[in-house]
Design a protein around this ligand. Structure first.
Ligand SMILES: Cc1cc2nc3c(=O)[nH]c(=O)nc-3n(C[C@H](O)[C@H](O)[C@H](O)COP(=O)(O)OP(=O)(O)OC[C@H]3O[C@@H](n4cnc5c(N)ncnc54)[C@H](O)[C@@H]3O)c2cc1C
Length: 505
């Protein structure tokens, strides 16, 4: 088999995609005329392979039954992408995963999230961060990372596909599952783990008692807690686990009307509505990825969700945190994105004591500020984009997808340095790139504080166990070695392989 590459117009590309087997697809919107870059599968004579040819997409994964016969038990704390992919890797190799997850199964978790969206309170153990599937379950489900190493991600994509994601996750450069489809994919993973003999204990938080039991037994344990479990970081700190502060990025979420973004990015300012919707039916809504430097500090867009919603993504009752998602159809009239400012370890000193958890203190301070300025529980503080940049009060706010509601607030005044001032200048830069991006039709919403972990759980670079506790394998976003669904899942796989190599063989 071989591959053939094509650069096509969107309508030509659609015909090719429907007729032939696609290996890779991406949209190039840099020029006025949009292009689709397609890589198609061909036979050795160069003949393109039909879309429905009886050739498997990949070798399906196999899981061993570990009900009674297994090579060893491995505890996993946390059932997000890192914990799930670790569990599946253990099952592949004949080891029994025993998962402890502090949150609830998806069906029950959905009820808590519905209450949260109706502004009827946050359950600190069951929300957008905690519960079956972790922060990944109701996430946007963009399956790509900043890493250019597609090869190592292939297994993650294949497993997502095996458990129910669309074929496109196997070939789209910017693969996307959507928050309506992800829960079923996660449920299918859970069923597989249980059917093959793995154990899952919901509503079971690793507390001091469980920690002591694991430590006494030197039980091989994969720690996949995500980056929102501040209490668990504190537990690790008190028990002498090697931690260090880590740079991160915090800021706001910004939301524009999606048609405005489509016209800006697809160079369609003068096109009719019909022309715009025809193009979108071929290539989907436009997404941006923006980056600039302000006084040598990175300011960038993060986790952009075309046709999406802003949602309440906190886990503390006295903090306001926002994030974004979209469904598989990406059909809301809004485009949202995190707009964050890179922070280094010394930035945290401004707002807290100098210890490994100082980044958490900074984060909590910021989330509390947003909470206090949101006034009513879970209403988020917000300001029109132009008012934020030019330092004015917003008398009214534009329509927004955030269900619990917005409260006009002077984010320009209370966002701490260096976040507020860097964002103002960064947004002016982005308007130079896309004239019209800075608009009073857009709204900034506070705060996007959980783009990555401000703490690292330090591990040996090759053996992957904790530098202080050799039975403990920190992994995923919470350990500070991954960010996002795919890289966290991949890190979970690596952690499981390390346990197998170091402990059990
Ligand atoms: C709204 C939203 C949208 C997002 N969209 C995207 C996206 O489009 N693409 C992308 O790549 N990333 C996205 N992310 C980020 C992504 O979800 C995370 O990077 C990813 O889930 C991290 O995986 P993880 O397994 O390391 O941790 P998590 O998914 O955070 O899972 C950790 C799990 O550990 C559990 N836990 C914590 N402490 C304990 C304890 N003491 N005992 C037992 N259990 C514990 C938690 O309940 C949680 O279920 C989004 C996140 C959110 C919130």
């Amino acid at each position: 088999m071989t591959e053939k590459h094509f650069i096509l117009s969107p309508s030509q590309a659609l015909q090719y995609e429907q007729a032939y087997r696609v290996v890779r697809r991406s949209v190039d919107a840099r020029q006025r005329q949009l292009k689709v870059l397609l890589t198609l599968l061909a036979d050795d004579k160069g003949q393109l392979i039909p879309h429905d040819a009886p050739i498997p997409l990949y070798t399906p994964p196999q899981w061993q039954d570990v009900h009674s016969n297994h090579k060893g038990e491995v505890v996993i704390i946390g059932m997000g992408p890192a914990g799930l992919f670790a569990a599946l890797t253990l099952l592949q190799n004949g080891y029994k995963p025993v998962i402890y997850e502090r949150g609830k199964p998806i069906a029950e978790r959905k009820k808590d999230i519905a209450l949260l969206n109706r502004n009827q309170g946050l359950n600190p153990e069951s929300n957008y961060c905690f519960g079956e599937g972790g922060a990944g379950t109701f996430s946007d489900g963009k399956l790509f990372s900043r890493s250019k190493k597609r090869g190592s991600m292939q297994r993650v994509m294949e497993w997502f596909h095996y458990f129910g994601a669309e074929d496109s996750v196997l070939y789209e450069t910017h693969a996307h599952i959507g928050s309506d489809r992800l829960p079923q994919v996660i449920r299918n993973m859970r069923e597989c783990i249980i059917q093959h003999g793995g154990e899952i204990h919901f509503s079971n938080c690793m507390d001091q008692n469980l920690w002591q039991e694991l430590e006494r037994k030197k039980q091989p344990t994969i720690l996949a807690i995500g980056h929102s479990a501040h209490d668990t970081y504190r537990l690790l700190y008190q028990n002498g686990v090697a931690l260090s502060p880590k740079g991160s990025a915090m800021g706001v979420r910004i939301e524009h009307p999606q048609p405005l973004i489509d016209r800006l990015l697809y160079h369609l300012q003068k096109a009719t509505d019909k022309e715009v919707s025809s193009l979108i039916s071929q290539v989907g809504h436009a997404a941006y990825s923006l980056v600039t430097q302000v006084d040598e500090r990175g300011v960038y867009s993060f986790c952009m969700c075309p046709g999406g919603h802003i949602l309440p993504a906190g886990s503390n009752t006295n903090g306001c945190v926002v994030n974004g998602m979209s469904t598989s159809q990406r059909n809301s009239p809004f485009a949202n994105s995190g707009m964050v400012v890179a922070l280094n370890e010394t930035d945290y000193n401004l707002y807290g004591e100098d210890n490994p958890l100082k980044g958490l203190l900074f984060q909590e301070y910021l989330e509390q500020m947003a909470f206090d300025n949101g006034i009513s529980p879970n209403k988020a503080p917000a300001q029109r984009m132009t008012d934020f940049v030019y330092g004015k009060r917003s008398d009214s706010l534009p329509a927004c997808s955030y269900l619990p509601g917005l409260v006009p607030s002077r984010l320009d005044q209370w966002l701490p340095a260096p976040i507020g001032s860097s964002l103002q200048r960064g947004l002016l830069d982005f308007d130079k790139k896309y004239r019209g991006f800075l608009t009073r039709e857009a709204v900034v919403v506070g705060v996007e504080s959980r783009s990555s972990s401000p703490v690292r759980i330090i591990r040996d670079t090759t053996a992957l166990y904790s530098l202080s506790h050799s039975w403990l394998y920190p992994c995923g976003e919470g350990a500070g070695y991954a960010g996002g669904i795919t890289s966290s899942a991949l890190d979970g796989i690596k952690a499981a392989e390390a346990v197998i190599t170091n402990e059990c063989s």
